[in-house]
Write a protein that binds this ligand. Structure first.
Ligand SMILES: *Cc1c(COP(=O)(O)O)cnc(C)c1O
Length: 468
């Protein structure tokens, strides 16, 4: 950094405009019509602060303070939590909010959110009711379970189940299922926090029924089976079947809990997702409790669902922890509306964006990609667009080894690197998330909703215009 004469630094600092002077700049004045005053003031103060630091570090006075302040003001006024266009091809992506909600779920949340509601009020009796009634009956009808209970998310469901049924006692789990699900949900840690004593059995790749049997004692409270979620063990492997585990539990009067993770309510086998048994199919094998997420394959809001034997669900319901992990009214409204779509059956299921993304034929994705490629070519010379075969991912810990065939829009820029192009799309408004492979930016339009396509093509057209 060039060192400057202190008097020169002082002169540069004195030459910086005041907040009031910047407020008079035409670029800033125009903003006052659109942005809140606090955001504009914050943009100006931050710009001046940065300019001062730069001058003190020996730099020059920045060129256009007005434009810099306007950009910071725009950023301050923008919501922090905002929508993005998902062109990654990962359908359930935890970092960007997993399932997009069905319109009916959004409407239900809006209706309940803007008014008072029957959340915990029984209109017939004119007395306090339970928030669980709004989804319990639906879950029973859909899954055939005896009882159901909804909480904040599946991590909470597992925590609550272990704490209610096995506090201070042993929970038997296969070493092959001591998984970590992205974002810090690790079975051994959840077990400890829930007060259960982990009794690991078997080995990483092979666990037999006899391993479980040998671990049983008067200290055993629970047999736990965990969906391996986002990983798969292949090769020389063995796992006790759920049916065998259930039979063992029955013989020894030990309940079996299944953490199913994603939890599909619709059979996705016809669409190539063969490794995700439906919740109903799992329940038919006889476990005492099954937990699953609301916002993974089910395609609803964040929620954790517990279904199974009434006596056990009652223990969860009566646990004081249940209050700490209870589901909120907006999620509950959205969940009820989503479950009603499942009850209606096939044509209504198309209203669930997650299912629509999974079942969209590759040819339909190809047509979208071709249309976008044509728009890019019309847009200008800077981008070279091709359509290539590839694969999408379900994500959310479902079926990691079963990619869905798709078509990708592959972009190369004549003037910038793939990294620069990816960043430009990410910083666009609305932001577009993509991935990079072999120096190309790849967009999978399977995960882009039809109503987002115009905004996406506009972004691509703008980027295709040659850099000035
Ligand atoms: C995703 C997952 C969880 C956590 O569920 P959330 O709804 O994200 O809290 C727990 N167990 C398994 C097996 C999972 O796949």
């Amino acid at each position: 950094m060039a060192s400057k004469d202190p008097t020169e630094v002082g002169a540069l600092l004195r030459r910086l405009p005041s907040v009031d002077e910047l407020l008079q700049e035409p670029a800033i004045k125009a903003l006052l019509a659109r942005l809140p005053r606090w955001a504009i003031l914050e943009g100006i103060r931050e710009t001046l602060e940065r300019a001062r630091r730069r001058i003190l570090a020996g730099g020059a006075q920045p060129e256009d303070l007005g434009a810099a302040a306007a950009a910071l003001a725009e950023a301050a006024a923008r919501p922090s939590l905002r929508r993005v266009i998902n062109a990654t091809g990962v359908i359930l992506h935890t970092n960007i909010g997993r399932a997009r909600l069905p319109e009916a779920a959004l409407e239900a949340a809006r209706e309940v959110g803007r008014a008072y509601s029957t959340l915990e009020f029984d209109l017939e009796a004119g007395a306090r009711g339970s928030r669980q009634v709004h989804v319990e009956g639906l879950l029973l009808r859909l899954t055939g379970a005896e009882a159901a209970f909804a909480v904040n998310n599946n991590a909470a469901a597992v925590l609550l189940a272990i704490n209610s049924l096995a506090e201070g006692r042993e929970v038997v789990v296969s070493r092959g299922e001591l998984v970590e699900i992205g974002g810090s949900f690790r079975i051994p840690d959840v077990m400890r926090k829930a007060g259960g004593l982990l009794r690991e059995v078997g080995t990483t790749n092979r666990t037999h029924l006899t391993d479980y049997e040998a671990a049983l004692s008067e200290r055993t409270a629970l047999l736990l089976k965990v969906h391996p979620s986002n990983f798969a063990i292949v090769g020389f492997t063995a796992a006790a079947s759920l049916a065998d585990l259930v039979a063992l539990g029955k013989r020894h009067h030990v309940p079996v809990l299944v953490d199913l993770g994603s939890g599909a309510l619709a059979d996705l086998g016809p669409y190539g997702i063969t490794r995700e048994e439906t919740v109903q199919a799992v329940l038919r094998q006889g476990p005492d409790l099954v937990t699953f997420s609301g916002d993974k394959l089910l395609g609803g809001p964040q929620a954790g669902l517990v279904i199974g034997r009434r006596a056990l669900v009652e223990k969860l319901r009566k646990n004081p922890l249940a209050r700490a992990v209870r589901i909120d009214k907006l999620s509950l409204a959205a969940l009820e509306a989503t479950l009603r779509l499942y009850l209606e059956g096939p044509p209504a299921l198309e209203a669930i964006p997650t299912l629509r993304c999974i079942t969209l034929p590759a040819a339909a994705v190809r047509a979208r990609a071709e249309a976008a490629a044509a728009a890019v070519r019309e847009g200008g010379e800077d981008l070279v667009a091709e359509v290539l075969p590839g694969s999408s991912e379900v994500g959310g810990g479902a079926s990691p080894t079963e990619p869905l065939p798709t078509f990708l829009l592959a972009l190369r820029s004549r003037s910038r690197s793939a990294e620069a192009l990816e960043a430009a799309l990410r910083r666009h408004d609305p932001p577009v998330l993509t991935r990079i492979k072999d120096e190309r930016v790849l967009l999978d339009l399977r995960t882009v909703a039809p109503d987002e396509l115009p905004a996406l093509t506009a972004a691509l057209r703008a980027l295709a215009a040659p850099e000035t």
